[in-house]
Design a protein around this ligand. Structure first.
Ligand SMILES: C[S@@+](CC[C@H](N)C(=O)[O-])C[C@H]1O[C@@H](n2cnc3c(N)ncnc32)[C@H](O)[C@@H]1O
Length: 337
């Protein structure tokens, strides 16, 4: 059977099929319970490839004076993640993908945004993103399909509970198949990962959806977007969907050129707006279930996201925030709450 290997694991010299990798990361010491004081010089501590902005002035002799007073302290932490090395396509959730590391870096940098939020992660895989969301969000649901993936994810969440001061009570691993999101129980699901009444009550305050590295196949991307639209309709409090992805370029025999088919297809699902364009999402609206839903997408420049993990962050990695276009002209609104 053909297997795929994530670029994240390329440099790991491991003969085992399954292994535990320590992912070291740096985060600012300001607001999160996932930070600890560090005794080392914060500048020396930054990971490879990170740009350090220094406030440089000259003294009367023309010598450089470094101002050290107001720098943010950056501290080192680590996540321990159990994952497979290479897997068949159906089990890619047992590996860590670069999109997860990029989104995890966004979380580390934007903790205020997720503070008090209820977040549902789609295709959460190994649980790396969820483990970093847990310290700042009010509640996190990490979802995926397949008992092996869900069990591995739950194990990783448990293993990294030290990152959350309050433990892992406010993070749950649940089964959610994009083909039938929360509509009916999946026959194969184990009781451990089934949705309970408390979960569904919490979901009424859903704030964000997250999908890290879930765009790699065109039909699957369509399924993902139907699921997202279903969730936007079912939970009007949900502000947006974050998607991190890698543009995977392949040579196409049909086009006789290199193309990023899955990425191009992803872009057909929404209208891109300028980063500075205002998107009116402040008032939760109940959307007419029969009406078509249009989506808007705003790219978040990766240059604004500090690199906290040590990996090859190529320019093919992107992060998007996707909103319902709730202007009256574009979709039918039942009533504003
Ligand atoms: C490339 S992996 C990304 C995993 C993880 N987010 C990461 O970035 O490391 C894609 C994920 O989507 C999940 N997935 C694929 N099809 C799905 C479906 N129909 N419903 C739910 N999850 C699905 C896979 O199981 C896998 O965990």
């Amino acid at each position: 059977m053909e297997k795929v290997l994530s670029e994240v694991h390329l440099e790991l010299r491991c003969s085992e099929e399954t292994t535990i990798t320590r992912f070291d990361f740096r985060s600012s010491s300001q607001s999160s319970s996932c930070d600890e004081p560090s005794s080392s010089d914060p500048e020396e501590d930054l990971p490879r490839g990170r740009h350090v902005s220094k406030n440089i002035r000259l003294d009367n002799d023309g010598d450089i004076k470094l101002r050290r007073g107001k720098k943010k302290r950056r501290v080192a932490r680590s996540l321990s993640i159990c994952h497979s090395m290479s897997t068949p396509l159906a089990s890619v959730g047992l590996q860590v993908w670069r999109g997860a590391l990029l989104f995890a870096e966004f979380v580390l940098q934007s903790q205020e945004r997720f503070h008090g939020a209820v977040v549902l992660e789609l295709g959460g895989g190994t649980g790396l993103v969820g483990a970093l969301l847990a310290p700042c969000a009010r509640h996190v649901f990490v979802t995926d399909i397949g008992e092996d993936i869900l069990k591995n994810c739950a194990r990783n969440i448990e293993e990294n509970r030290h990152l959350s001061q309050g433990g892992v009570e406010h993070i749950q691993v649940r089964e959610l198949d994009w083909r039938c999101p929360l509509e009916r129980p999946v026959e194969t699901s184990s009781a451990t990962f089934q949705w309970g009444a408390d979960d569904l009550r919490r979901m009424k305050n859903l704030s964000y959806l997250v999908a890290a590295d879930c765009v790699y196949d065109e039909p699957l991307t369509d399924t993902l977007f139907s699921c997202v639209k279903y969730l936007f309709r079912a939970y009007p409090s949900c502000r947006s969907l974050f998607v991190s992805l890698e543009k995977r370029v392949n040579f196409s025999l049909v086009d006789l050129q290199a193309r990023a088919h899955a990425y191009d297809h992803f872009r057909t699902h929404f209208t891109a707006v300028e980063p500075s364009q205002h998107v009116p999402i402040d008032v939760p609206v109940a959307l007419d279930h029969a009406a078509p839903m249009k989506l808007l997408g705003r790219q978040i420049s990766c240059d604004t996201i500090g690199q906290a993990f040590d990996y090859d962050r190529t320019c093919d990695l992107e992060l998007w925030e996707i909103f319902v276009d709730s202007t009256k002209e574009s979709c039918a609104v039942v009533e504003a709450k």
